[in-house]
Design a protein around this ligand. Structure first.
Ligand code: FAD
Ligand code: SF4
Length: 489
């Protein structure tokens, strides 16, 4: 492509992602976004203004050198682009698909002022998919073995990112995962049509090739404790996520037909509940009316999944307006195109049924009041507006809390919310040599924030191991970190 002036680049339209047709795709679990071709990737990359101080990088929680990889794409140097991305992001094919770029790198891109930021996520996905199972980072020399061993609990994005960096630093790493497949929410939560399982499996394989060992079906906190792991390893990272579903605490939530989004999505995604060959039961949604309560990514994943399973009507009920929905804009648009309905400013007050089976949901109209602590306007009920709506299945998607399995670990300080308390810079917990990161520390957040926490902890673990081997370890082992309060349990 001939060299373009800055003005010409700024005037170019953003390249659209090719996608499957809306109604047709609503009946399959095939991936919705089809990915850029080489020509589209070069076209989009050529829009980049090559800013001397690229704002996009400031918006990336793991600090990918975005400007450099985009320039490499524009030059047709795709392998080089993949190498640059992989140096800072161990799950680029995942992040290119599910990161909320609009509030991160793309939100920070100077062209977002014109509402045409560079499609950084789509370009990241392009280079990662093109690299496929090849391993750009591995082409550099294998790291020297450090002689240290680290146990990582949980194989979600936090655990995987931490494990990857630890392995690259030469440590022996074992990941312990409670479920039978690695990936955390990437495999049990996010559906196939948004993030194919094969993409996650390829990223996990790359970790295996870099020397990481995985032990599946091992829930730490039950048969084995953190202390058992500390007997076997020199340090431990906890990345167990926040997988305990929250409920509404209203009458009738126990009825058959009301279930959490976690249960619904796990049964469909991880245990292939839709497949006749699997033994996993899922609620019969074929030709049924399915109501999903909530406004985040989880709610949209549940409602679009219900539609794909054959629901007659699939509706999201949200207590604020579309503007306050935490879900990604692309997901909302995709859902609408597929035929999902939305009801805003409504809240369920009760579920009713007969002989234990759900048949109606009581809804109350809401209006928006003053902003609450997180800056969003608080929904308030409008008196005298309750109505009963017929419904067959209700999926509750109003957030998750930390799983309490590790709460009994002696000396591990927890916040009143049940999240693990850590040092903000290193991720070290109140237990010396035990680090934590991801949703178990922040509460439900995003893939890239969990990965950023995993990477920071990996670097702190390397320092900790190095310092321990240089100093008097017997002395150090007897004292806890001074920055934390005395653990209450
Ligand atoms: P998790 O991904 O939850 O992984 C934790 C892992 O630890 C799990 O595999 C779990 O089985 C394992 N584990 C738990 N307890 C134990 C134990 N005791 N012993 C051993 N293993 C254990 N974020 C985005 O950025 N974009 C999206 O589009 C998006 N969509 C989402 C859709 C859904 C349905 C959900 C639920 C979340 C979504 N998120 C999204 C949020 C994002 O997935 C999470 O913030 C992220 O996965 C957190 O990573 P993590 O590693 O901390 O935890
Ligand atoms: Fe390119 Fe936008 Fe980054 Fe500037 S801020 S270097 S235009 S991606």
């Amino acid at each position: 492509m001939t060299e373009l002036s800055r003005k010409e680049r700024s005037a170019m339209a953003r390249t659209a992602m090719p996608e499957r047709d809306g109604r047709a795709r609503a009946t399959t679990f095939d991936e919705v976004n089809l990915g850029f071709t080489e020509e589209l990737a070069i076209l989009e990359a050529s829009r980049c203004l090559r800013c001397p101080r690229p704002k996009c990088i400031e918006g990336c929680p793991v600090g990918v050198r975005i400007d450099e990889f985009i320039i490499a794409i524009a030059d047709g140097a795709f392998d080089r682009a993949a190498e640059i991305v992989s140096e800072d992001n161990s799950l680029p094919a995942v992040c290119g698909r599910v990161c909320p770029q609009e509030s991160q790198c793309e939100g920070a891109c100077v062209l977002s002022r014109k509402e045409r930021p560079i499609a950084i996520g789509h370009l990241e996905r392009f280079v990662a998919d093109r690299a496929g199972s090849s391993d750009p980072v591995r082409s550099s020399a294998a790291p020297k073995r450090s002689g240290f061993s680290v146990g990582v609990v949980g194989s979600g994005p936090a655990g995987l990112a931490c494990a990857f960096d630890l392995a690259r630093a030469g440590h022996a790493v074992t990941v312990y995962e409670a479920l039978h497949e690695p990936g955390g929410v990437l495999v049990y939560g996010i559906p196939e049509y948004r993030l194919p399982k094969a993409v996650v499996a390829a990223e996990v394989d790359r970790l295996r090739r870099n020397g990481v060992t995985f032990e599946m079906n091992v829930p730490i906190g039950n048969a084995e404790s953190i202390d058992d792991l500390l007997d076997r390893h020199d340090a431990v990272f906890i990345g167990v996520g926040a997988g305990l579903p929250r409920f509404l605490d209203v009458p009738g939530e126990h009825l058959v037909g009301v279930l959490s989004a976690n249960e619904f999505l796990t049964r469909v995604n991880l245990m292939r509940g839709y497949d006749e060959g699997s033994n996993t039961p899922i609620p019969d949604v074929v030709d049924r009316r399915v109501a999903v309560i909530g406004g985040g990514n989880t709610a949209l994943d549940a409602v679009r999944t219900a539609l794909r399973l054959g629901a007659r009507d699939a509706t999201v009920y949200y207590r604020r307006t579309e503007d306050e929905m935490p879900a990604r804009r692309e997901e909302i648009r995709h859902a609408r195109e597929e035929g999902v309905h939305f009801e805003f400013l409504v809240n369920p007050g009760a579920f009713r049924g007969e002989e234990g089976w759900l048949h109606t949901m009581e809804l109350e109209r809401m209006r928006l009041g003053e902003p609450d602590a997180d800056g969003r306007r608080r929904p308030e009920p409008i008196d005298g507006t309750r109505v009963d709506v017929p419904v067959d299945v209700v999926v509750i998607a109003v957030g998750n809390a930390p799983n309490p399995t590790l709460a009994r670990t002696p000396g591990l300080a927890l916040s009143p919310r049940g999240t693990i308390v850590v040092d903000g810079e290193t991720g070290m917990t109140s237990r010396r040599g035990v680090f934590a990161g991801g949703d178990i520390v922040t509460g439900g957040a995003t893939v890239i924030l969990a990965m950023g926490a995993g990477r920071r902890a990996a670097s702190a673990i390397s320092n900790f191991l190095q310092e321990g081997s240089e100093g008097d370890s017997s002395d150090a082992a007897s004292t806890g970190p001074g920055w934390l309060p005395t653990p209450s349990r």
